[in-house]
Design a protein around this ligand. Structure first.
Ligand code: FAD
Ligand code: SIN
Length: 552
């Protein structure tokens, strides 16, 4: 397995004695829902530094549309929410984790409201919408920009906390380890250059990796840096083959692959082919509201069968004005491309959306590395198993953000703060090989992943993918670059290797992972696939899905 990637411990060269240093109790990497929630809880008993590579409003959280899943309706219950989550997880979900997380959901929503988040109401109650895989309407939302509203409330709270300092446009390159512990991170800022942030506890909240694919709903920040950093530091990545494809992203030449929220189907939209024929009933009795993996595969099958580049969302039967009122942002987006939703079909196709796997964490968000916690999309907590139920991601980030924040605060109380630089450094000799066109490497990589490791996979294609990644890695990973785009490319190569390795290893179909050569689930594969960097190589192993504790 790719030794070039396995060999690399740090992406940058640094000598601790030559760099500026900052010291803190808790270092949070990332400022989405998970990172800010963690910071807000850690600051109750710690000094916190939040490092984020773009501006505060740039994260997947900011783009979240549909909402946050929570059993807030009297007809609903956390038990029903748990049952839906477990069913969609296809045998890899951790039942205890699922029960705990969905059990906390109503309180998480109430706390967001106390913090100033304004969700849509029906009278005095919260208005809840439907999404695929949910047996009841339970999606709490703020029109079609729920993430932005949640982030607004979290940012306001964060800015009011004197013990939190935020460093924007500061790129975390690598986690620092000393004596087997994570002790902070080495970062880069365009104005201040390389810096070292020393911390008693580091919380990884860097989000997902959709940008590894050519077509993705994810914003440009989603390059899997945290997954790469954690892997290089020795943490375990789990079930990386489980990449969720969202069924409906806008397919118009020249447009970004903007998400058309599942809530649109929850509100009654049909999926049709170019002749206007609804096709989902042929694939699943839940039709348009089947779980995402089912709908994405059905769309891919229809596109192949009809040799068509897309299918369509049909909202022409909505009551007049309904689409524009409920989905004002999407209405504007369609009109920008001269699509009048009340008159025209909306062209859509699946795109990479969510990293279901991630850095393995326990119920407090503790990774396998002392001093390192992780929360949100970067982490694998056991909540999603082999597939994520719609709108469970913001929930996971907020629940685990709180847990990691509290855990970090407890660590502050019981550990001495690092108050002087520790002896760490990294000096890789200059590579004499040729200059690289990194943009070309990136284009080739994202095309390769979209072609070979997307909704459908096969053994032949996966082997070819691994060979190609290995080949590119030999001359991309031997270099020490000096700019964020290059580090992102190296991280994306690492993450692509992890995804393809998991997909090649898992010889079955389960959840979001579909192998044409192994189209059914296999009992022998009801286990996690774990990847770790050891002995300069990528080691693959399996681990069991924990049994739930008996309910007393
Ligand atoms: P993010 O919100 O992605 O934040 C990651 C942060 O890490 C960013 O601040 C980023 O700048 C920072 N970062 C990354 N790398 C570095 C680095 N090297 N150095 C420093 N900082 C770094 N989920 C739902 O539950 N409901 C929805 O309705 C929903 N809709 C979605 C719609 C879209 C278009 C997308 C893309 C996702 C949607 N999701 C939804 C998924 C959900 O938004 C994300 O999974 C969730 O917001 C992730 O939160 P996070 O805090 O873990 O990561
Ligand atoms: C959507 O609005 O369709 C996205 C919801 C999610 O990813 O959970």
């Amino acid at each position: 397995m790719s030794t070039a990637i396995g060999r690399r411990r740090y992406l940058t060269n640094f000598q601790q004695q030559r760099l500026p240093h900052l010291f803190t109790d808790v270092l949070v990497l990332g400022s989405g829902a998970a990172g800010l929630q963690a910071a807000l809880h850690a600051c109750q008993a710690s000094d916190v530094l939040v490092v984020t590579k773009d501006h505060l409003d740039q994260s997947a959280t900011a783009y979240a549309q549909g909402g946050i899943a929570a059993a807030t309706d009297p007809a609903d219950s956390p038990a029903k929410h748990a049952a839906d989550t477990l069913a969609v997880a296809c045998g890899l979900g951790h039942e205890d984790v699922i029960r705990q997380v969905v059990g906390e959901a109503p309180e998480i929503v109430a706390r967001l409201q106390q913090a100033g988040a304004r969700f849509d109401q029906r009278g005095t109650a919260l208005e809840t919408g439907r999404e695929g895989g949910h047996s009841l309407p339970r999606i709490v939302h703020a029109r079609d920009t729920t993430g932005r509203e949640i982030l607004r409330a979290l940012v306001e709270q964060t800015r009011a906390q004197p013990r939190i300092r935020i460093f924007e446009q500061c790129f975390a390159i690598d986690l620092l380890t000393h004596d087997g512990q994570v002790v902070g991170a080495v970062t880069y800022h365009p104005k201040y250059g390389h810096q070292i942030f020393w911390a008693t506890t580091t919380i990884l909240a860097t989000g997902g990796c959709g940008r590894v694919y050519r077509e993705t709903t994810n914003p440009p920040i989603a390059t899997g840096d945290g997954l790469g950093m954690a892997f290089r530091a020795g943490a375990t990545l789990r079930d990386m083959e489980m990449i969720q494809f969202h069924p409906t992203t806008l397919y118009v030449a020249g447009a970004a692959r903007e998400l058309i929220s599942e809530a649109v189907r929850g509100d009654g939209a049909y999926l049709v082919d170019r002749s206007g024929r609804r096709f989902m009933a042929a694939y699943d009795e839940r039709t348009e509201l089947a779980s995402r993996d089912v709908v994405s595969r059905a769309i891919a099958a229809e596109m192949k069968r009809q040799n068509a580049p897309c299918v369509y969302l049909d909202v022409r039967h909505f009551p007049p004005g309904r689409f524009a009122t409920r989905f004002p942002n999407l209405d504007r987006l369609c009109r920008d491309f001269d699509i009048q939703p009340e008159r025209d079909l909306i062209p859509v196709r699946p795109s990479a959306h969510y990293c279901v796997g991630g850095v393995v964490v326990d119920e407090q968000g503790q990774t396998g590395l002392a001093g390192l916690l992780a929360c949100g999309e970067v982490a694998s907590s056991g909540l999603h198993g082999a597939n994520r139920l719609a709108s469970n991601s913001l929930l996971e980030g907020l629940v685990y953000g709180r847990r990691t924040g509290l855990r970090a605060a407890a660590r502050t109380a019981s550990n001495n703060r690092i108050d002087r630089p520790l002896p760490v450094s990294h000096l890789l000799p200059h590579s004499s090989r040729t200059e690289l066109d990194l943009a070309d490497v990136l284009n080739s990589l994202t095309s390769l992943m979209s072609r070979n490791v997307a909704v459908e996979r096969s053994g032949d294609r996966l082997r070819e993918t691994l060979e190609i990644i290995d080949f590119w890695s030999r001359y991309v990973m031997d270099k020490v670059f000096d700019d964020p785009q290059a580090w992102e490319t190296q991280n994306m190569l690492t993450v692509a290797l992890a995804i393809a390795t998991g997909a090649a290893t898992r010889c079955e179909s389960r959840g979001v992972h579909y192998r044409t050569d192994f189209p059914d689930p296999a009992d022998s594969w009801r286990c996690h696939i774990d990847l770790v960097r050891a002995d300069d190589a990528v080691q693959v192993s399996t681990s069991p899905v924990p049994s739930p504790a008996p309910i007393r």
